[in-house]
Each structure stands twice: as C-alpha cells, then as structure tokens.
Design a protein around this ligand. Structure first.
Ligand code: SAH
Length: 604
C-alpha cells in the first residue's frame, strides 16, 4: 500500500459514487460509508441522516474523502470543526470523478497531499487553493515535518499570511537539517540573516531554544536535538523528574519540544518515574551500560556515584554518549521522594523518530505518460527525490513544493545509492529513480547489495521497488512486435562485467535463436564492443535478419530505424539507443518488425 497516511473514511452518499473508490483501493486503505440503497458490497451502510452519522464517526478518522458537492460538504462538516491543528483532512471528489478538491486541513491535516494522491489514482485534476502551493513554497506549518521537528509557540496564522503576501521573512536556524533551504524556488521570501536592520515582517525560528524576541510575529520550530541525561535515586517520583527537567530547560531557554530522548544507565531501565515521564512526553527513553558510560570524559565526575554504580557519571555521560555536545552540565534537584540529576547534550543531527523508507522507482523511457501511477504516487509522497539530473528534469512537473531534490552525474551510481540509504536510515522517505525499470541495469540491485552488506534487517529502512517500463519494452512498442518469442537482454557495457563473459553470453543466445535486445550498445569510448558483437551474431544469423534501433524512445529526440543485420554497424547507435535483433523467423512489413509467435503457422 503506497499511501498509509491515517485512518481514512470515504463517504459515498449517492448511488453511483461508491464506484469512484474502486480505482483508489489499490492505492490507499479506507472505509467506505454509503447511504442505504447504494449498491456496494464493500461498503458500510449508515442508517441515520449523514449529518448525524458524521457526528458519530468524526473523531475516528483523520481524513474524509467525500463524493458530493462542495456546498453539501461544507454544510455537513461546518458544525464539527474545532481548530486546524486538530480537524481532520477533508477532500471532495466531484461526482463525475474529474476533480479532486482539497477543502480543509490542506497542510497540517495533510489534505493537499491526500488530494494529490487521490487525483493521481483517479487520473483526475487536483485543485489546491492554498497560497504556498501557488508560490511553490513549503508551508510554514509543515516545514519541519519530514525531519520530525516539533512545533512550539507561534503566531502561525500571521506568519503564514505574511508569507502569502510575499513579505520578507527572517529565518533564524540554529539546529536541524538545512536541506529545505537548498530547495527553495527563486524569489522566495526568506532571509537567512541574524541582523535586524532589514525590514522583516515575520520570523521563523528553528532551534532547540525558545525565541524570546517578540518584536515580530514569529513561529518556533524545534528540531529534536536534545538528549536529557538523568540520574536519580530509586523511586524518585515522576513529578520530581519532570520538574527537574522543566526547570533545567527553562533556565537555558530550551524547549521541551526539542527533546529527542531521555537517557540514563542500564540500572535505571526499569525506573518507573522516568518511564512514565517519557511516555507522557511521547519520547524514547534508553540506557547505556556502566562500562560504556565509564569511557566518557565528563566535567563533573563523582566518586560516590562511581562507588555505587561503577561509573563516575550517569546524567552527563549518558547525555554526551547520545548527543555529543554537552550544553548543560549536571544539576541536582531534590524533594522528599528522592534526588535527580539532569544534564543536557545537543546533537548535530536531529532525531526524526520515524522509520525511513526508500522507493526504488523506474521512471520508464522518459515521457511522463509512460510512468506508472504507482511511481507517480510514490514520487509525490516522498520527502526526497534522488537521481541522475536528466531524469529529474523529466520528472519536474510532478514535484511538490517543499520536496528535496538531489541530482547527480550519470556516473555517480554508488554515491546516489549511498545517499539514498543514508537519508532513509535517518528516517526520511526517499525516492531513488532509475530510467526504465529500477531493477534492470538500474539502481535497485546496487541498493539491495549495499543494504545486504550493512546487514539490513528488512524493516528499517522500508524498501519498495516500483516497476517501470524498461527500454526493451518501449523500443519494442516503437518497432512493432519484435519480442513476441523468447528474447533476452544483453548489456554491452564491460565497465562492470568482464568482456569475456559478455562474449560468451552473446555466443550462447545467438546460437539459441533468441531475439536479442542490446542495452548500452556503443559509447564514445566503447566502439569496439558493438563490432565484436556483430561478428558473433553473423556467425549464427543471416545478414538480412531484421533489426531495429530505437534512440531516446518516448523522448523529444526519438529516432526509430528498421534495418538489417548487414547494416548494423553503419547505424547511428549510441548510449541512448536500444538495439533489437530479430530471430530467424522475424520479418519486416512496412515499418513494423514482427516476430511470429506461431498462431498463423499452426493454422496453415
Ligand atoms: N534501467 C534502464 C536501463 C539502463 S541502462 C531500463 O530499464 O531501461 C541504459 C541503457 O538503456 C541505454 O544505454 C540504452 O541502451 C537503454 N535506454 C534507456 N532509456 C532508453 C530510451 N528512452 N530509448 C532507448 N534506449 C534507452
């Protein structure tokens, strides 16, 4: 399932509307609610008036897709709305299934994204009316979502409308990934400067600290970079631990939303107060062995602690081990329930708190209409798209504002794979694109091999391979029906495969009368390989065997030539070309290459 956003309800009150959801069911999971009398075996039926029924189910779902008029939907949901930070996403599909409208909760609730996905799956037009889409900007209230940043205090509406008006926005970013900054459109309104001399209308602060400068409308995003080390006496109360942490944070203007985790020594792994607090803050709690903590240099070692637990420091050492850079040394707090020590370290890289995913996507031969819907959906969904520059240019129309795009040169396959794995391991969702099919001379093998070397557990990151139309299929479609009988693909590139192996395979398939598709047939540096292949082929096939070459299939410069084996070496064959060599039965009729499957011969 490509889209596992959240519990979704599809509302189909009209007799025909449930059918629209058939096309969506491969893409996303949802419950369909239909009115009585609607013929829909997979639907749940509601008996009450829809307005009453919605009241009952409203809090069970985080998103609603209605097939109904916008007017009716507005009237139905209006009494149920509370605030945009908690209201669900509402998307409307018109009853003919041609338009998908993001009606409510575009950013925070994810309705824009849901509407994009629904529209792609239905082949419909998406309608987004938020200003940030128009400006190709990430929206201020979802800016940090990919990296798991948390939202702190802020005048979110005022800052969003300052951005929509195109006013200058000061961005002060002390922590967290700056990848988003590298992917802004030209003419964006953000200024990344400390000084206040400029005429800024609003500010975005991205920091573990809470900005205390109220001279402008501002919002606080908090990357999760703080590791709070805790030592405590047995059975210290949750209240004492919480108070100790909150006071420490407050003294240093740090936000509790910036906490990545609570950390301590193994002995404290079952300490109820810490466990409960971590749960109520919704953050992880993990511990280190005394042996590991002993190795860490700390500013405030204690002989007493050492005699009790076998290391001179718990709070400071654990926080340094987790977060690297100690910014708040140990402080002690006490009450009648016991004592607590708190120390805080800050890490370079934020904790995202999600399992990353990596989509290996085949983008087909080149034009967008040869790209599968599954590939389009995944490309729309991911945080990051990585690929070879040429293919990324072709995919530009599919990019959504705020996506991170990383382009590489054609030869940098290993770098592309490593970068994609690195970002997915961190917690981002990443698409690594190959032309054609990712699993045919593409990036899928390299990624899986690299993961295998890293002892990948099969879950983290999650991998999904999305097939694409490979070059031999697009070339075949342009040439007629050359692949109608057994065929094979051979790459003539000997950069990674020894030439002797390629020769042996050519020899074997030429002899066995396979139709042959040659990938990577000839480059500026590799001319000889095609000549040698031809010499092998003519030993087993007649010179008038039909062959076809297709260059840049489905791209602007497409060229299709039908010829014979005799002419092969004179044809304009290069690295953008796929060559298809017929078998002994292949013939040519007009501009079509035809390999018989055997139907007509059988009847003769
Ligand atoms: N993963 C790709 C193949 C990459 S190898 C796929 O499945 O198609 C690169 C080779 O593929 C090129 O040298 C060329 O032989 C072939 N190729 C890729 N795209 C092509 C296109 N649009 N038209 C013709 N050949 C193409």
């Amino acid at each position: 399932m490509i889209f596992e956003l959240f519990p979704l309800a599809a509302i189909a009150p009209l007799p025909d509307s449930a059918r629209i959801f058939d096309a969506l069911s491969a893409t996303m999971e949802f419950t369909i609610w239909s009115g009585e009398g609607v013929d829909c075996p997979n639907c749940q039926t509601y008996q009450d008036p829809l307005s009453e029924h919605l009241k009952k189910i409203w809090s069970q779902y985080r998103g609603f897709i209605f097939v109904l008029s916008c007017g009716a939907v507005v009237r139905l949901v209006a009494p149920l709305l509370e605030h945009k930070s908690i209201d669900p996403a509402v998307v409307v599909v018109d009853p003919s299934g041609q338009y998908v409208i993001s009606l409510l909760g575009g950013h925070q609730a994810g309705a824009d994204q849901l509407a994009r996905m629904v529209a792609l799956a239905l082949g419909a037009q998406v309608i987004l009316t938020g200003a940030s889409n128009n400006m190709k900007l990430p929206s201020v209230d979802t800016l940090g979502d990919p990296w798991g940043w948390r939202k702190g205090q802020g005048n979110w509406n005022q800052v969003a409308s300052a951005i929509a008006r195109g006013q200058k926005i000061q961005v002060l970013q002390e922590n967290g990934s700056k990848l988003w900054q590298d992917n802004l459109p030209s003419g964006h309104p953000f200024v990344f400067e400390q000084n206040n001399s400029q005429d800024y209308q609003a500010r975005i602060s991205i920091s573990s600290k809470i900005s205390k400068d109220f001279s402008l409308d501002q919002v606080n995003w908090h990357p999760r970079v703080l590791y709070v080390g805790i030592g405590c006496s047995r059975n210290s109360s949750k209240e004492l631990i919480q108070k100790s942490i909150e006071q420490t944070l407050e003294r240093h203007d740090l936000s509790k939303f910036a906490i990545a985790a609570l950390v301590s020594i193994d002995l404290k792994a079952d300490e109820i107060g810490i466990i409960e607090l971590a749960k109520s803050f919704n953050i992880p709690f993990f511990t280190y062995s005394a042996e590991a903590l002993k190795q860490v240099q700390v500013p405030n070692p204690s002989a007493i602690v050492e005699s009790e637990v076998g290391t001179v420091s718990v709070a400071e050492a654990a926080s340094i081990l987790a977060g690297d850079n100690l910014i708040v040394p140990k402080t002690i707090f006490q009450d009648e329930s016991g004592w607590v020590t708190v120390a805080i370290s800050q890490s370079q890289q934020e904790y995202i708190g999600k399992t990353g995913s990596l989509y290996l996507i085949g983008t087909g031969p080149g034009s967008l209409d040869q790209l599968t819907t599954a590939a389009k959906l995944a490309l729309t969904k991911v945080d990051v798209i990585i690929g070879y520059q040429l293919y990324l240019d072709l995919l530009k129309p599919l990019q959504r504002p705020g996506q991170i795009i990383e382009a590489y040169q054609i030869t940098q396959e290993q770098q592309r794979a490593n970068r994609a794995i690195e970002l997915a391991n961190w917690g981002l969702s990443v698409a690594l694109v190959s032309s054609g099919d990712a699993g045919i001379y593409g990036m899928a093998g390299l990624v899986l091999e690299s993961l295998q070397k890293q002892n990948w557990d099969g879950y983290n990151p999650q991998i999904e391979i999305i097939p694409g139309i490979t070059a031999l299929q697009s070339a075949s479609a342009r040439l007629g029906a050359p692949l109608m009988h057994d065929f094979c693909a051979i790459s003539l590139s000997d950069l990674l495969t020894p030439w002797t192996v390629i020769e042996q395979r050519l020899e074997a398939v030429a002899k066995a009368d396979f139709v042959i598709a040659l990938y990577n047939p000839r480059s500026q540096q590799r001319q000889q390989q095609l000549t040698r292949a031809w010499e092998i082929l003519i030993e087993h096939r007649s010179l008038d065997t039909p062959i076809g070459i297709v260059k840049s299939a489905y791209r602007e410069q497409e060229q299709v030539i039908l010829s014979t084996l005799a002419q092969m070496l004179e044809l304009p064959i290069d690295m953008l070309t796929t060559v298809i060599i017929g078998n002994q039965s292949t013939s040519r009729h007009l501009d079509y290459m035809i390999t018989p499957r055997g139907y007509l011969q059988k009847n003769e």
